[in-house]
Write a protein that binds this ligand. Structure first.
Ligand code: BGC
Length: 257
């Protein structure tokens, strides 16, 4: 990678509970430039270990240190600081992830919640393009992430994946990982997903619900069976949404600076 950084190319990194995915993003097009790279999430997922994996990711793509880097992180990230830790080590709470990663990379880094990153990409370039009114993006993976938009504008760090039903936190109960972990049939899992989405719909009354995360590959297994008032569609950027959204956000902040 020899081009000089001008914000039109950014590196997006999506940190998940099991894997860290990265890719170079053509920001104006909102598409990946070439292949993604995958690094298993270090276990335990402590700050220094993840920072080292992020550095390896940057080295893999050999981008100049001034290239904008956006990181999608699986927790609340308010002004760079991690505020909860469901799918990540609790030692992250209170850490300024932007400072930690910027020190590891020697250049500016933007860190945002993973569902917010995926949602931004879907709203700009995917299933939510042109969506008006209230849109709820739900990512189903190791946990459940949420991103809420009004006329395309994000309300950051909503944690609607953690809505509770009868005292049960929906995040581990209805996530895609729950289906595999608990050996649920599709019918059993869809019933949980229906309960979760019905509850979310009752509280937010979105016009559109976009279902993202790796499970959106299998959308035909469950989307037609869901009974909701809102239109429900699958995310079109699938597993690349977090990478693309984080990279585009980093590039936008770079250009504004
Ligand atoms: C976290 C969210 C995150 C979601 C998906 C939840 O456990 O609380 O912040 O967006 O998992 O990774």
């Amino acid at each position: 990678m020899t081009t000089m950084p001008d914000g039109s190319v950014a590196l997006g990194i999506d940190i998940g509970g099991t894997g860290i995915k990265g890719g170079l993003v053509d920001v104006p097009a909102g598409t990946l430039l070439g292949d993604r790279h995958y690094i298993p999430t270090p276990q335990p997922p402590m700050p220094e270990a993840i920072a080292e994996a992020v550095r390896q990711m940057r080295d893999h793509f050999a981008v100049p240190s001034a290239t904008p880097v956006g990181i999608a992180f699986p927790a609340i990230v308010r002004h760079g600081v991690v505020r909860n830790a469901t799918n990540i080590d609790p030692s992250w709470i209170g850490i300024n992830a932007e400072t930690l990663f910027a020190e590891a990379l020697g250049g500016p880094v933007t860190v945002l919640n993973d569902a917010d990153a995926a949602g931004l990409a879907e709203m700009e370039r995917g299933a939510g393009r042109d969506a008006e009114g209230v849109t709820l993006v739900v990512t189903l993976g190791t946990g459940i992430g949420s991103a809420l938009f009004l006329d395309g504008r994000l309300l950051p760090n909503t944690e609607f994946g953690h809505l509770s039903i009868n005292g049960i936190d929906c995040c581990p109960w209805a996530s895609a990982a729950a289906r595999v972990r608990e050996g649920l049939s599709w019918a059993q899992w869809i019933s949980r997903l229906q309960d979760y989405l019905s509850h979310a719909e009752f509280l937010m009354w979105p016009d559109l619900i976009i279902i993202g995360g790796g499970i959106s590959h299998d959308a035909e297994q469950f989307l037609p069976l869901l009974q909701l008032d809102a239109a429900v569609v699958r995310a079109t950027l699938e597993n690349d949404a977090g990478i693309i959204g984080a990279a585009c956000e980093a590039s936008a902040l770079y250009e504004r600076a």
